[in-house]
Design a binder for this molecule. Structure first.
Ligand code: HEM
Length: 517
């Protein structure tokens, strides 16, 4: 895709900046057997995340198109069903909710949780598409349980959209992580009395925090301790029935080839994540942009436009001799700025297999982290030159919108109660039909939408330098909410990326009057 695209940019960051400051779930699963939810050992967040994705998806019905990966597992009503025993779902959803935004649903985060867990803990790369929609209500029950017989399991996976062979694959791909906990399944797993496994979790294989084919090699060699294969209670030995249901052909192939196991899991897990209710349209597979501007902020500050941001070079070594230059093009088509950028930080993805190097939009590490641009000339696009090679998305450049920007003349009119004025600078000569503040709000089932508050056009134009006029709105805000700025320019909606809140503003002083023409 071509940058900027607000939703794809956000999904791309969450998917490919797995351990970065701004996004990334990987911090919750380092090391891979890390467990954050309550005291005790033997469980791992990775396993909870993978099981959550499966149980959310497993309600799908291919016939009527209902159910699927839609975060319906967040509803207490669904979590309290016998088929969803345990605390793993809460453990998964609690931290994920903080990563939701207008562009990323909880269901997308559940999908990304599985991908991050598998990729960061030794597994293959999994294709990710975004655009899942969070359900408004619980789905019909439908998660398979270990007490059911093989015919029920085959029928259950068929209802979810998977063949018998695919069922064997999916169960093995999931059960390379985690295990069965005594508290949830006391008849399958006894109290283990193990000081290194205080939650008494009988693991499916000897490496419960890692993706590998041990679940298959140990099963085929007869050394498996999988509690759903060698459990004392044969009624709950569902993995035994499933794995053996094709005469062990599939499990033998997994045991003899870690590569085949990994590639089969990559395909099956991607399909599992893309199993969504009928009518939901997923995006294209989110590929990493090789050169990606991020956190790009343009503000009007007095008589200058200030540009700040970062550019990420994906899959690059940490090379101090690399040169990265930023070129800015103005409304007349001229390149007005050509600065050499400084390295800012490094991030990793896929468990350290891929590294990204980030450069900040400032000329030196000591300088201010912004570039000044003449507002009259303005800015229309960015280009980068990396070690002499032009990076401009095949000629289109990286478009920057300078038509409607936040003005740093915004200030607090009163501290108690908190009342403030947002000044929004609108470029003269543009066809701007609306300016509004955007606030992310949650509905009564936790889904995020955007609430718009119109900013009335000024009664008389208020000049802000030669190129801009100010539209202002005064409002009180007890909740210190943050807003993005939205506008309709030539009938097309646009939003700033950065958020502003009254909490960030200083008290208005006499030196920030509004000038009138
Ligand atoms: C017939 C199908 C399946 C049955 C009967 C089944 C059964 C179970 C049971 C009884 C547990 C123990 C849960 C606990 O102790 O709280 C479990 C755990 C787990 N299952 Fe499955 N499962 C099935 C399919 C799958 C699939 C398809 C996946 C993923 C692709 C999956 C992923 C997991 C994971 C990761 C855990 C470990 C959870 C943890 O350790 O916290 N399962 N499964």
């Amino acid at each position: 895709y071509v940058w900027p695209s607000p939703q794809l940019d956000a999904l791309e960051a969450q998917r490919w900046d797995q351990d970065d400051l701004f996004s990334g779930l990987a911090g919750f699963i380092e090391p891979c057997d890390f467990f954050t939810f309550g005291d005790g050992t033997g469980r791992a967040n990775t396993a909870d995340w993978i099981r959550t994705a499966y149980h959310d998806m497993a309600t799908h019905n291919v016939e009527d198109g209902t159910g699927g990966l839609d975060a319906s597992i967040r509803f207490p009503e669904e979590q309290s069903r016998g088929e969803n025993v345990g605390t793993g779902f809460e453990n998964t959803i609690d931290p994920f909710v903080g990563f939701m935004s207008r562009h990323i649903s909880l269901a997308d985060l559940i999908a990304l949780g599985l991908i991050t867990a598998v990729e960061n803990c030794g597994g293959p790369q999994i294709d990710f598409r975004g655009g899942r929609i969070d359900a408004a209500e619980p789905n019909t029950p439908g998660v398979p349980e270990p007490t059911q017989d093989i015919d029920s399991h085959v029928a259950s996976f068929a209802r979810q959209g998977f063949t018998q062979t695919e069922m064997i694959g999916l169960v093995a791909c999931g059960h390379t992580f985690g295990g069965v906990e005594h508290q949830s399944f006391p008849n399958t797993v006894p109290d283990l009395n193990d000081p290194n496994n205080t939650l008494s979790v009988a693991h499916f294989d000897s490496t419960f925090g890692a993706f590998d084919n041990n679940v298959a090699t140990e099963y085929i060699s007869g050394t498996t301790q999988n509690p759903l294969v060698v459990g004392l209670n044969d009624t709950t030995n569902s993995d035994k029935r499933i794995f053996a249901s094709d005469g062990n052909v599939t499990m033998k192939s997994f045991a003899s080839s870690p590569e085949l196991f990994a590639s089969t899991c990559a395909t099956l897990l991607a399909r599992m994540l893309d199993t969504v209710p009928r009518g939901v349209e997923l995006t294209e597979v989110i590929k990493p942009l090789p050169v990606k501007p991020t956190q790009v902020v343009l503000l009007l500050d007095g008589d200058v436009l200030k540009l700040s941001g970062l550019v990420r070079l994906f899959n690059q070594s940490d090379d101090s001799s690399r040169s990265v230059a930023l070129l800015l093009e103005d409304h007349a088509g001229k390149t007005t700025t050509n600065v050499t950028l400084t390295q800012d930080h490094i991030s990793h993805t896929m468990g350290g297999r891929i590294q990204s190097v980030w450069y900040a939009f400032n000329e030196s590490s000591e300088g201010s982290p912004t570039l000044s641009v003449d507002p009259v000339a303005g800015i229309t696009k960015m280009r980068f030159i990396v070690d002499g090679k032009l990076e401009d998305q095949g000629g289109v450049g990286f478009a920057v919108q300078d038509g409607v920007v936040f003005s740093s003349s915004s200030c607090l009119t009163s501290n108690r109660p908190t009342t403030g004025r947002f000044d929004i600078a609108v470029r003269n000569g543009l066809n701007v039909s609306r300016v509004y503040l955007e606030q992310e709000v949650k509905d009564d089932v936790g889904r995020i939408s955007v609430q718009e508050t119109d900013v009335a056009p000024p009664v008389q134009p208020v000049a802000a330098g030669e190129a801009y006029s100010l539209w202002s709105i005064t409002f009180s805000d007890e909740n210190f909410t943050e807003y993005t700025i939205g506008a309709e320019i030539d009938g097309v909606k646009f939003s700033t990326i950065e958020k502003h809140g009254l909490g960030d503003l200083n008290l208005c002083t006499k030196s920030t009057p509004q000038r009138r023409i």
